[in-house]
Ligand binder design. Structure first.
Ligand code: ACO
Length: 323
């Protein structure tokens, strides 16, 4: 059988880091409240004129460099974002052109905070069916552009950034000891739309809109949905929390991450947490966290890595892979 193996990883953060203290000057909030409720200490904010495509391009180049490949070696680009440069064309196509890739295809994937899990799952399907041999999967966001900076219940939570993986086809016997993506599980349920959405769009208001969220409601559903798709990953592979080397969750809120790890019986030292430094970067948060843990030497070739995300829609999903 064919398996999708991760061969490269990269990320990019805008230069400006914004501390919680900077919010204290603008709105009625405090560093103490933000840290206690979310675990966030700072987030990066794109410079004026710096776009999702810019962040994506930088992350893509870093991932390609780490894989030792050029754009000529790629068959496909899948870019997860909810903050594209334009309503159309897809930001992925713009990145494709910037990378000098004049063959193959590129498209965007929209599943909000679960976007990277949906994108990597899609790439895995293309590889397993033999339709592509090497794919660049990017998560890139400029959520700072869709925040209501007067709304203290949302604006303190999000940040900008991008991360990317290179995924390649490899022959496999199909056992869980071999490298590559072992199993993927996606879910969505549109009945939760009003709990987390952007109040604008081309077809509804002809505007871009701002992010709106019932934080308590999102929180209430998050841990259950996350454990649901992770349990599915364990059932599909016969593996358990004891086997996991690294848990790399979507970075929304430290309380959600800790609550999920606790419910699943994943030891705290196996959890990769970057929400303190990056805030919630939506579809970019998982590849950003992966890149941190690869660069600091935690994630090594052959390690069993568990990814999960949950976000607007609601959408949620898990991926279990051997790095
Ligand atoms: N600073 C100070 N006070 C605040 C702030 C702030 N930034 N934001 C809200 N408050 C106040 C509220 O107004 C409220 O005051 P009140 O009691 O006088 O009405 C009080 O703090 C408590 O508010 P709650 O909403 O009950 O606070 P909660 O403990 O639920 O924390 C939070 C809010 C952090 C948003 C939490 O609900 C959460 O993390 N939810 C998950 C949502 C999430 O992470 N979404 C990300 C996108 S989806 C995803 O990625 C999974």
């Amino acid at each position: 059988m064919i398996r999708s193996v991760i061969t490269g990883c990269g990320s990019y953060l805008p230069a400006k880091a914004m501390s919680n203290a900077e919010f204290e000057e603008r709105i009625d909030t405090s560093d103490e409240w933000i840290v206690q409720r979310t675990g966030i200490r700072q987030r990066h904010i794109a410079a004026e004129g710096e776009t999702t495509a810019d962040l994506a391009e930088n992350a893509a180049r870093a991932a390609m460099k780490s894989a030792g490949i050029s754009a000529a070696d790629l068959d496909l680009i899948v870019l997860a974002t909810s903050t594209p440069n334009n309503t159309f064309p897809a930001t992925a196509v713009e990145v494709q052109h910037r990378l000098g890739m004049d063959h193959g295809a590129a498209f965007d994937m929209q599943a909000v905070c679960s976007g990277f899990v949906f994108a990597l799952t899609t790439a895995d399907q293309f590889i397993r069916t033999g339709q592509a041999k090497r794919i660049l999967v990017i998560g890139a966001e400029t959520f700072s552009r869709i925040l209501d900076w007067e709304d203290r219940t949302t604006c303190v939570l999000f940040g900008d950034g991008a991360g990317a993986l290179v995924v390649e086809a490899a022959d496999s016997e199909g056992n869980v000891e071999e490298r590559g993506i072992l199993t993927t599980h996606l879910r969505s349920d549109g009945s939760h739309k009003e709990k987390l959405y952007v109040d604008g769009g081309p077809s509804s208001t002809r505007t871009v809109g701002y992010l709106r969220m019932e934080g308590k409601e999102v929180f209430r559903h998050a841990v259950g949905m996350i454990t649901d798709v992770i349990t599915a990953a364990y059932e599909a592979t016969g593996l358990s929390s004891d086997d996991i080397d690294w848990f790399v969750p979507h970075q929304a809120n430290k309380r959600i991450i800790d609550g999920s790890a606790k419910k699943l019986g994943i030891a705290p030292e196996k959890v990769v947490t970057t929400v303190d430094m990056h805030g919630n970067t939506s579809a970019a948060s998982i590849p950003l966290a992966l890149d941190v843990a690869v660069k600091d030497g935690r994630i090594q070739k052959g390690d069993l890595v568990l990814l999960e995300a949950m976000g607007g829609g609601f959408t949620w999903g898990s991926i279990l892979l051997r790095w």
